[in-house]
Design a protein around this ligand. Structure first.
Ligand code: NAD
Ligand code: UDP
Length: 319
């Protein structure tokens, strides 16, 4: 059945990919965004679609809409952006969660929280299962995001316990793909843009830290499967691709795939940068029958093509 669905953060990287998928399924979408890290370009293809409406609104301000489901994605996700105004980041996570939960309670509808692998901090357990409570520095520069997302999870589970609200919580591991901003600041977009423009490729630290990279289409399939799963599937559920790479390996792959002449250089490792990350996705496999299908090199082919287009557009606009 077609639904009226609110996507907060719908002009961002994941949000715009999610809006696209839900529109393909003939749902009516309300995209709420304050455009702090999102872009008009991401939603431009939807603006003529009568099933798409845009609400320029800050999720920290309460609102009530006539909707059937909520995906709560509003929050900057790149360390550079979430650390630029840490207080705003914490408010977005906590007040944003509170506001969507209140709306869901008044409407008695499902609400899905886009949580993160950052709730595991710099993990002592590897790979990370959902019952691991994490190793987070509560007062460091990443805390505005990590603790904000942890508090948001707390609110979600308290609304479930206190009001029997139908919540869904996913913990997203590093995801990449088209619709990321050129200046997003995360590693995949940085390396690709640097490689395509002949700039130095900046590895932070020795590059032996690891991450597991999920292609956006796989992630969106997991999100939608979670939202539409049985009432007993509440989460938290890890969503990510368990293939694990060091940042050195990633840099080498990107250089090779772009035939780049960029030099790899090293810059200081940011404070509290997690040493390793890899999701245990047994729960997602069992509960959602979900598995990521796109291997890193296949996802990078599509992402490199996207950034080539973005850079060509930029050059055309400048000339
Ligand atoms: P993004 O920065 O591209 O998108 C975030 C969107 O939220 C942007 O459009 C931004 O303008 C909007 N936004 C920010 N603050 C807002 C506010 N106060 N009110 C309204 N809109 C606001 O990031 P993304 O990668 O698309 O991440 C989306 C969500 O997924 C975030 O909640 C993030 O924490 C979560 N997540 C993403 C990843 C990933 O690898 N991409 C990993 C873990 C979790
Ligand atoms: N990183 C890097 N060079 C960059 C950007 C990031 O080496 O230009 C590293 C960063 O220090 C981290 C990893 O890549 O170890 C992933 O960083 P990202 O910002 O993508 O996400 P995180 O998982 O840290 O939130």
């Amino acid at each position: 059945m077609n639904k009226r669905i609110l996507v907060t953060g719908g002009a961002g990287f994941l949000g715009s990919n999610l809006c696209g998928r839900l529109l393909e399924q003939d749902h009516k979408i309300v995209c709420m965004d304050n455009f702090s890290t999102g872009s008009w370009r991401n939603i431009a293809p939807f603006l003529d679609n009568p099933n798409f409406s845009l609400l320029k609104h800050d999720v920290t301000e309460p609102t009530l809409l006539d909707i059937d489901q909520i995906y709560n994605l509003a929050c900057p996700a790149s360390p550079v952006h979430y650390q630029a105004d840490p207080i705003a980041t914490l408010k977005t996570s906590v007040l944003g969660a509170l506001n969507v939960l209140e709306m869901a309670k008044l409407r008695n509808i499902r609400v899905l929280q886009a949580s993160t692998s950052e709730v595991y901090g710099d993990p002592d357990i590897h790979p990370q299962p959902e019952n691991y409570w994490g190793n987070v520095n509560p007062i460091g520069p990443r805390a505005c995001y990590d603790e904000g997302k942890r508090s948001a999870e707390t609110l979600f589970f308290d609304y479930q316990r206190q009001f029997a609200l139908p919540i869904k919580v996913i913990r997203i591991f590093n995801t990449y793909g088209p619709q990321m901003q050129l200046a997003d600041g995360r590693v995949v977009s940085n390396f690709i843009v640097q490689a395509l423009t002949g700039q130095n490729i900046t590895i932070y630290g020795d590059g032996m830290q690891t991450r597991s990279f999920c292609y956006v289409d796989d992630l969106v399939s997991g999100m939608v499967a979670m939202m539409n799963s049985g009432a007993d599937v509440v989460g938290p559920i890890n969503l990510g691709n368990p293939e694990e790479f060091t940042m050195r390996e990633l840099a080498d792959i990107v250089v090779e795939m772009t035939n780049s002449r960029s030099r790899i250089i090293h810059q200081p490792l940011p404070i509290d940068d997690p040493r390793q990350r890899r999701p245990d996705i047994s729960r997602a496999r069992q509960s959602l029958d979900w598995n990521p299908n796109v291997a890193l090199r296949d996802g990078l082919v599509r992402t490199i093509a996207y950034f080539e287009d973005m850079l060509a557009e930029q050059t055309r606009a400048a000339s």
